[in-house]
Design a protein around this ligand. Sequence first.
Ligand code: FES
Ligand code: FES
Length: 160
Amino acid sequence: MSVPISLTVNGKAVTVNVDQRTLLVQLIREHLQLTGTHVGCDTAQCGACTVHLNGRAVKSCSMLAVQAQGAEITTIEGLATKNGELHPMQAAFRECHGLQCGFCTPGMVMSAVNLLKDKPGASEAEIREGLEGNICRCTGYHNIVRAIQHCQSGKAGAAA
Ligand code: FES
Ligand code: FES
């Protein structure tokens, strides 16, 4: 059965009709064509599908689209400014080589933004713990942690 869902995505109000079994990640990728949010596992393990729901990082493969009725969603496409200026966390990942293939990166960045929002002064151990829900198969995590620390320093994006 198809149901209408109204929500705000990256600051824009949208209403879409979706099958009630549709996952939030499917709504984002397939109905709204926001394919920066990735699907790595579909079983709530890899974190590639992480978005912000009412300001909190969530794995969008682990909830139904209907559960997001009325919510404010931010995806990776919504982090940069309208004129294309990267969010400091995106700039930090670029400057510290915090990615290789990039598949995990949107979810990593969304989780990292949430992490520093909760704990602006997070230690290295707390950053590593905070990323436990996000899997990266390429980097060994070191440069991801460096990127988050670079963002913490307030210097990310300064050279852009
Ligand atoms: Fe959602 Fe892996 S696709 S956690
Ligand atoms: Fe390839 Fe993380 S950069 S999975």
